[in-house]
Design a protein around this ligand. Structure first.
Ligand code: SF4
Length: 346
């Protein structure tokens, strides 16, 4: 598998480590346990269309905040395109929904392996805990992740290390195995006690869940991938905001649910998208993408907007704008009924 990744890492005697950082307690603890041994730690946080995206554009502030709060030196690395490619066809398959947990971990660790030289590091650590997650933290899955990421022998899991054989970093004396831990299972008690011992405070509660394991978003993504095989990271980010509809010409309509989403949706406009807004009144912002037959689907798109602008008896004037070669167009239409919403909503 090393050949397949094009990477041939070898252990060096640099007392430096890259730690995969998610912002959660386990990754903070992994950094701490390694730092405690006098090893220089650089934490790496990956951005994909499905996690870490909120850091985009404010990476500097985030890096400073993590250092001030936890004393951890952080690098933020965007792997969106590579992630999306993997997500469309994960070699180890999906979990219950669109979560490709094993390949997700493989991809992140493989990227960390590629970064070893850049940061002068000689091994990688993660906050993974044996048996904590059903899909990606079983013993066999952890073995597959190590092998297929090209990190064989270089991957230390400091929180669970004593459940595994010694890694090259331990054998080379870069870290002392006796000071690594044997946490396993789903409980959090040991991690919380460890956090107290290290004086780590204000760490986030365990995350509510990955968007790729969300049944509604997963179903939507599946449909969108089928319709638009070339969809990109920007499309995936858009798929997470607002209400979504596929119209008869296979175009994609996204309707903001509140002011924050309206602003977000408009910020994602790009060439060839149309923007729909109620002319002269309050209503949601709507982005219309991959439009192939605008004249056929316009009335329906405007009717959907009117429904969410809560127009009932009276018609709404909907402005279509934003398309480079067209003048703004205004059409007047009635709100669609619930059955139409259900027919086209994804
Ligand atoms: S839950 Fe989401 S972020 Fe975590 S490993 Fe699975 S796909 Fe990746």
């Amino acid at each position: 598998m090393l050949e397949a990744t094009g990477i041939k890492p070898v252990i060096t005697d640099n007392k430096a480590c890259l730690v995969l950082y998610s912002g959660g307690l386990d990754s903070i603890l992994a950094c701490r346990v390694i730092q405690e041994q006098g090893v220089r730690v650089t934490a790496v946080q990956f951005i994909t269309p499905f996690f870490g995206g909120s850091l985009k554009g404010r990476e500097g502030n985030h890096v400073r905040a993590v250092f001030e709060k936890y004393g951890i030196t952080l690098e933020v690395v965007d792997i969106s395109d590579e992630y999306l490619k993997m997500l469309k066809k994960p070699p180890h398959g999906y979990g219950k929904y669109m979560n490709p947990c094993i390949d997700c971990k493989i991809l992140m660790i493989r990227n960390a392996v590629r970064l070893l030289n850049r940061f002068g590091a000689s091994f990688i650590a993660t906050g993974e805990v044996l048996g904590q997650r059903p899909m990606s933290q079983r013993r066999d899955a952890l073995g597959v992740i190590e092998r297929d990421s090209g990190a064989n022998g270089l991957l230390v899991r400091p929180l669970s290390a004593l459940h595994f054989s010694a890694t090259d970093a331990e054998r080379a004396g870069l870290i002392d195995r006796r000071r690594l831990l044997s946490i396993a299972g789903r409980g959090r008690k040991e991690q919380i006690a460890l956090a107290e011992r290290y004086g780590i405070e204000g760490y986030p509660a365990p995350a509510g869940g990955c968007v790729l394991a969300d049944p509604i978003i997963s179903r939507r993504l599946k449909r969108l991938f089928r319709l638009y095989p070339a969809m990109d990271a920007g499309d995936c980010v858009l798929a997470r905001v607002g209400r979504h509809f596929i119209l008869p010409d296979n175009s994609w309509l996204v309707v903001g649910r509140n002011q924050r989403e309206n602003t977000r949706i408009l910020s994602m406009w790009r060439e060839n998208d149309r923007v729909l807004e109620l002319d002269g009144g309050p209503g949601p912002s709507v982005l219309w993408r991959y439009v192939s037959k605008p004249l056929e689907a316009m009335n329906l798109a405007a009717g959907i907007l009117c429904r969410y602008a809560r127009l009932k008896e009276e018609p709404g004037r909907v402005r279509f704008s934003g398309f480079k070669s067209e003048e703004d167009v205004i059409i007047e239409t009635m709100s669609v009924g619930q059955e139409i919403v259900e027919e086209y909503r994804i």
